[in-house]
Design a protein around this ligand. Structure first.
Ligand SMILES: *Cc1c(COP(=O)(O)O)cnc(C)c1O
Length: 396
C-alpha cells in the first residue's frame, strides 16, 4: 500500500500518474526517426509555454543549475561584465556561478523579500555609457522568498536606458505555472527545469534562446562542451542529439505540455493564482505574513511564511516530515529558521492544498505556537468555496 502524501516543497513537485507513465518507455534508438517523433512535439510545446516566436528551445540532460551554466557559457567570455540583482538564495547562487566563471558581476543587493530593483537596474545601465555590461540576470520567481519580479518592467528599464545588454531570466519556479512572455518581454535566455511547473522528475534543463543570444554565441569564449548550444542545434537539424538523450524524460515532457494545454495555460495560471491566494488567506488567519513585502510581489508558486518571534520554521519542517510524512520547504540562507515555505505549484488541487495547510497547523500546535487549529484552513476553505475553479467551471 502506498502511504505517499503530496509534497509541499517548491520543487520537485507532485508528478501526475499520466506523466509517470509517459516517462516509462522502452529503450529506443535515439538516432532513429522514433526519437525525433517524440522530441519535436516536446520542443514545440515548450516554445508555446514560453510564448516564444523566434529563436531556439534547447533541452539538456541537467537541472535548472545546468541551465544557468549553459546560458552563461554559451554567450559570454571571461571578464565580461554582467549586472545582477540579488534578493534571495537562487539569485545569489547564479551570481556565485558567474563569479566562478570569472565574469565581472556588478551585484545590486536588495533586502530579501523585495524584487528586482527597477530604478537601480536602469541607473546602472545608464551609467554604463560604453555598454560594457553584456548581460542582465534576473530571477523571475525567487523561490527562497516567494517573490515574483516584474520582467516586463526590467525590459522597460533596459529600453529606457537604450542599453543593448542581453536579458537572461531564471524562470525555474515560474515557467509553466505563472504567465511567461519570452517574446513580449524581450527575454534573451529563459531557464526552466523539468521538476517544477512541468511536473516531471528532475533531469532536464529547458531553455529558450533568442536570436540575439544565438548571435552572441559566435563571440563567446567561455569553455563549454557538454552544454554547447551549437553542437545541440547541429544535432537537432539531423533529427537527433549530440549524445544520448534522457529519452524517458523527453517523452514525459511531451505529455506534460499536452496536459498543460489540455487544461489551458490561462486556466493553469488562474489555478496557481487561486491556490496561492488561498494559502495567503490561511497565513493571514495565522497572524503571520508572507516574506514578500507587498502584494505585487506575491508569488503564485511558493509562499515563504515568516514565523513569529521565538518560533523556528525549520523545526516545523522537520516535524511535518517525521510525524506526518509531509514535506515543506525550509528557510534558506539568511532566512534559515525565520520562514518555512509552502510550495503550491504543479499538480495541485484545492483538496491537496487544504491537507497541507491542515498539516502545517498540526505542527504549529504540536510545537506550542499560538495558533488555533483550523483557523488557516477555514480561511482557505472560505476563499476556495467563494471562488470558482476555472477547471471545473469549464468542465461543467
Ligand atoms: C529550483 C530552482 C533552481 C535550481 O534548479 P535545480 O533544478 O535544482 O538545479 C534555480 N532557480 C530557481 C528560481 C529555482 O526555484
Amino acid at each position: 500500500m502506498s502511504m505517499q502524501n503530496p509534497v509541499f516543497i517548491p520543487g520537485p513537485t507532485n508528478i501526475p500518474e499520466e506523466i509517470r507513465k509517459a516517462c516509462d518507455v522502452p529503450t529506443l534508438d535515439h538516432r532513429s526517426p522514433r526519437f525525433a517523433q517524440m522530441f519535436k512535439p516536446a520542443l514545440a510545446g515548450v516554445r508555446r509555454v514560453l510564448n516564444m516566436e523566434a529563436g531556439e528551445v534547447i533541452i539538456l540532460p541537467a537541472t535548472g543549475t545546468g541551465g544557468w551554466e549553459a546560458a552563461i557559457t554559451n554567450t559570454l567570455s571571461p571578464g565580461d561584465r554582467i549586472l545582477a540583482p540579488r534578493y534571495g538564495m537562487f539569485s545569489h547562487r547564479w551570481i556565485d556561478m558567474c563569479q566562478r566563471h570569472r565574469l565581472d558581476v556588478q551585484v545590486l543587493d536588495v533586502p530579501w523579500g523585495q524584487g528586482a530593483p527597477l530604478a537601480k537596474i536602469e541607473a546602472a545601465l545608464r551609467r554604463d555609457g560604453d555598454h560594457s555590461i553584456q548581460a542582465v540576470l534576473v530571477t523571475h520567481n525567487e523561490t527562497a522568498t516567494g517573490v515574483r519580479s516584474d520582467i516586463a518592467a526590467v525590459r522597460r528599464a533596459l529600453d529606457a536606458a537604450a542599453h543593448p545588454a542581453l536579458l537572461f531570466v531564471d524562470g525555474v519556479s515560474s515557467i509553466g505555472s505563472m504567465p511567461f512572455d519570452m517574446t513580449g518581454w524581450g527575454v534573451d535566455i529563459a531557464v526552466a527545469g523539468s521538476q517544477k511547473g512541468f511536473m516531471l522528475p528532475a533531469g532536464l534543463a529547458i531553455l529558450g534562446v533568442s536570436p540575439k543570444a544565438l548571435a552572441a554565441m559566435e563571440r563567446a569564449k567561455l569553455p563549454r562542451t557538454f552544454f554547447d548550444f551549437k553542437d545541440m542545434l547541429a544535432a537537432y537539424a539531423a533529427g537527433g542529439y549530440p549524445y544520448t538523450p534522457a529519452v524517458g524524460l523527453i517523452s514525459g515532457l511531451a505529455r506534460s505540455v499536452e496536459m498543460l494545454e489540455e487544461e489551458g495555460l490561462e486556466a493553469v495560471y488562474a489555478r496557481h493564482h487561486r491556490l496561492a491566494e488561498a494559502t495567503r488567506q490561511a497565513v493571514a488567519a495565522w497572524n503571520m505574513r508572507p516574506c514578500a513585502v507587498n502584494r505585487d510581489l506575491y508569488s503564485d508558486t511558493v509562499t515563504a511564511v515568516v514565523v513569529p518571534e521565538g518560533c523556528d520554521g525549520t523545526e516545523l519542517v522537520r516535524l511535518a516530515a517525521s510525524k506526518y510524512g509531509v514535506a515543506f520547504g525550509v528557510g534558506l540562507g539568511e532566512l534559515a529558521g525565520k520562514v518555512f515555505r509552502i510550495g503550491h505549484l504543479g499538480m495541485l488541487t484545492d483538496v491537496m492544498l487544504l491537507s497541507g495547510l491542515a498539516t502545517a497547523e498540526m505542527c504549529m500546535a504540536d510545537l506550542g505556537w499560538k495558533i488555533r487549529l483550523g483557523s488557516g484552513v477555514a480561511a482557505a476553505q472560505e476563499y476556495l468555496r467563494q471562488t470558482q475553479s476555472e477547471r471545473l467551471a469549464t468542465a461543467a
